[in-house]
Design a protein around this ligand. Structure first.
Ligand SMILES: NC(=O)c1ccc[n+]([C@@H]2O[C@H](COP(=O)([O-])OP(=O)(O)OC[C@H]3O[C@@H](n4cnc5c(N)ncnc54)[C@H](OP(=O)(O)O)[C@@H]3O)[C@@H](O)[C@H]2O)c1
Length: 289
């Protein structure tokens, strides 16, 4: 698989795999095996976060895998409790220590903190320092809306390389994706196959894109699964998707998407499924604990 993984280019010319592997809600006891399985199947981009409490287990998988560090792309995130300049630098060191690494490929602010945007900016300035020191190859944000991105761009010097947001066929956030594109920021999709619509407590009210008739019809046409059709849609839109699974068969399935293509009308049909209804909490309402 590794040989055919397409790469995308970030705004600082750093290459990032077009598809990665997420570990949110991956229980620590299952995370090392899940990441080892992902690496064995050809994933090289691993997306974790301090808040996921499984950086140690991700690090174990990395060190045991035998994959050359230069071939890996490891991303983690700074949680809002550590926003502010000095606290962000300390949290970075702690994450790096838990991962057992001496540099990161991508370090992200996990959320904006609208109630203290000054602290959000200070945290991002710490990320800039880490970037300038060469301790991280690229920096970015998650869950920023267009207004927050505009304010961050106005107040800081390094344009984020990535804005990681919820994107799946039922909530595809075209406005933020357009802003990202025009600013040279790569959109990374969390819950790319609609996981949040299944696992979040209000999920009974939300539809599952894996069961959408447009998706299932395309899956039948291409002899692929619904998850593979949706992940292929991301790849063809130039969105970096990071599906999560602890199930070996699904981990293999989710990367087996580089042997078919959706047509332009089929991509449009999936684009048209957007409901504008978010799964899970609104990131704008998250506060410090
Ligand atoms: N920045 C943020 O705020 C943020 C928020 C959420 C997530 N993320 C990142 O994005 C990653 C992915 O998002 P996500 O975990 O929310 O959702 P997701 O990847 O869309 O979906 C994961 C869920 O779908 C199941 N699944 C995986 N592959 C499947 C397949 N082929 N067929 C059917 N079901 C399948 C998984 O179950 P099993 O594991 O049981 O197989 C899991 O319950 C996260 O792991 C995390 O790294 C970031």
């Amino acid at each position: 698989m590794t040989g055919i993984m397409p790469m995308l280019t970030l705004n600082n010319q750093t290459a990032i795999p077009a598809l990665g592997f997420g570990v949110y809600r991956s229980p620590p006891a299952r995370t090392t095996v899940a990441v080892e399985t992902a690496l064995a199947n050809g994933y090289r981009l691993i997306d974790t976060a301090a808040a996921y409490q499984n950086e140690v287990e991700v690090g174990s998988a990395l060190s045991q895998s035998g994959v050359d560090r230069a071939g890996l792309f490891i991303a983690t995130k700074l949680w809002v409790d550590d926003y502010g300049y000095d606290s962000a630098l300390r949290a970075f060191d702690a994450s790096l220590g838990r991962l057992g690494l001496d540099y990161l490929d991508l370090y992200l602010l996990h959320q904006p903190l609208p109630s203290d945007f000054d602290a959000t900016v200070a945290a991002y300035q710490a990320l800039q320092t880490l970037y300038e020191q060469g301790r991280v190859r690229a920096i970015g944000v998650c869950n920023f809306d267009t207004g927050e991105l505009a304010e961050l761009l106005a107040r800081t010097d390094v344009v984020p390389a990535v804005n990681q947001i919820q994107v799946h066929p039922y909530f595809s956030q075209p406005d933020i994706r357009t802003f990202n594109l025009e600013a040279g920021i790569l959109t990374e999709a969390w819950s790319p196959i609609g996981g949040v619509n299944r696992y979040w407590p209000n999920s009974g009210e939300l539809k599952d894109p894996l069961h959408d008739p447009v998706i299932t019809a395309l899956a039948a046409k291409y002899h692929k699964t619904p998850a593979q059709v949706i992940l292929r849609w991301h790849v063809q839109l130039g969105i970096c998707a990071i599906p999560k699974s602890v199930t070996p068969k699904r981990i293999a399935e989710n990367i087996d998407i580089f042997d078919f293509s959706l047509t332009a009308p089929e991509l449009s049909d999936i684009n048209a499924l957007d409901t504008g209804i978010r799964g899970g909490p609104n990131p704008q309402e998250i506060t410090r604990s």
